[in-house]
Each structure stands twice: as structure tokens, then as C-alpha cells.
Design a protein around this ligand. Sequence first.
Ligand code: NAD
Length: 260
Amino acid sequence: MLKGKTAVVTGSTSGIGLGIARALAGQGARLMLNGFGDAGEVEALRAGLEREFGVRVLYNDADLSKPDGGGAVVRDALTRMGAVDILVNNAGIQYVSPVDEFPLDRWDAVIAINLTAVFHATRAAVPGMKARGWGRIINIASVHGLVASANKAAYVAAKHGVVGLTKTVALETAETGITCNAICPGWVLTPLVQAQIDTRAARDGVSVEQAGAEMLSEKQPTRIFTTTEQLGGLAVFLCSPPAVNITGASLPVEGGWTAQ
Ligand code: NAD
């Protein structure tokens, strides 16, 4: 379905970004990967995706905490792949602390990576999408773009910002063949969440399994983790013809978290 399209997925060396990259490649899209990782492991990942899906896969190592890191990834894709048809703004970090103790450098880093990089990448990608009359921008926000949790001030602020940015870009591009939507996952078992489970297990003196189960039971009524494959499937759907009139939406994938 996506043969001939080029997709940039930020933060795609791990977790949700990798799941979405795999799903898009599975539909024939060429990929520009981005994210941190050991150089050898990233190269093995890149080459492995090329072999598995028979599509061209490149990698850009831009640090999205730097001003215009997001723009740099998109411009590199435009130069080396000729177009950016699908932009998935996925890279993100978490930091947990009460607001009155929140380290200033962690606030700056979370806002830079989780919000400002989304703006820079979008700004760089939209002109080409407009010129070609087709584009799909998918922002991986969070359930924390819709509701808050204690001790996540920077993350919640950034993700609410992403939801607002998504709506604005959707309005500005509404008549251009571009759609811009946010996916709002609840708990997905990735390294980002595993770190929170491990912290909780150590804090409460319980097993990692029990800490994960307790985390789910507090917030996610289905008590099951969303998978990266499920989020990849949703991203593919947003690129498919039935989704042509879905824009500016924030799609919760959170087992009923925000229904409570
Ligand atoms: P992850 O830690 O597994 O992956 C994060 C990716 O971002 C990695 O590829 C990492 O290298 C990259 N990254 C981090 N800092 C970067 C930087 N400065 N420059 C470039 N790349 C950088 O995390 P994940 O759980 O897959 O999260 C992906 C996105 O999904 C994030 O935006 C996160 O907020 C969001 N999200 C995750 C969950 C969850 O439960 N895991 C829930 C809701 C939203």
C-alpha cells in the first residue's frame, strides 16, 4: 500500500518508533530511521530491515534535544531520499519528579525532545508534502496529552503541547492532501516504561511482574499493555485511503484509561 512513499520515523531504534517503522516498511515504504544506539547495533537494525522488507532504509543520528535536530532529520531525508511523505514524530523521553524539585535541565530536555523537535520536523516536512499534494504526519503523543498524572510535569506539558500542535497543523493543511493526527497510547511495554516498572519494583520491594501489574491496575482498565505492533497497525491505517478524512484527531490507545 505504501510502495513509493518515504517515511521518517524519529526515535525508531527502539520501542514504539521501531514498531511503527517495521509496520510501514511492511507496507513497502522506504524508511529514514533516527534515534540513539550503539553504531554497530543500529547498522545491523538498518540492514536487517532492508533485508526483511526489501525496502531502502537509511539512518540519521541527529540528537533531537538540539535546536532544529528534528529539522535536520527531515532535510537529510529530503536530500538522500528525495521526499518525505510520512513523518512520524515519535522520539521521546520521560522524567519523574515533583514539580518543586524538577531539575531544570530535565525540563528543558523533555520539552526539547518531546515537543520542540515535533515542531521543527513538521516545519521542515510540510512544504514538500504540500507541493506533492499528499502527506501524513503522525505524532506519538500520549494519554498524558489528554490527562495528567502526578510527578510528570514536563512530560504532560509537552504531550498536551503536541496535541495542540497536531490540531493547528491539521487546520493549516486541511485542504492540501495532508493529514496530521496524534496517537495517544497508555502503557506500552517498551524500555521507557520498563525503566518506570523497575524503579517501582525497587521502591516497593516487589517483583518486576507485580510492579507492572500494579501500574496497569491503577490506570489502564483492560490491565493489558498495548503492543508496538498494534500502534504500527494504527499508523498504517492513518496512511490508508479510509483515513483520508481523519485529521486533527487525538486517538487514545489506552485500554479505557481516559474513560474513567
Ligand atoms: P523508547 O525509550 O523505547 O524509545 C525512544 C526512542 O527515542 C529511542 O529510539 C531513542 O533512541 C530515541 N531518542 C531519545 N532521545 C532522543 C534524542 N535526543 N534524539 C533522538 N532520538 C532520541 O520509548 P518508547 O516507549 O518507544 O516511546 C516512544 C514515544 O512514545 C515517546 O514519545 C513516548 O513519550 C511515547 N509514549 C510511550 C508510551 C509507553 O507506554 N511506552 C506511552 C505513551 C506515549
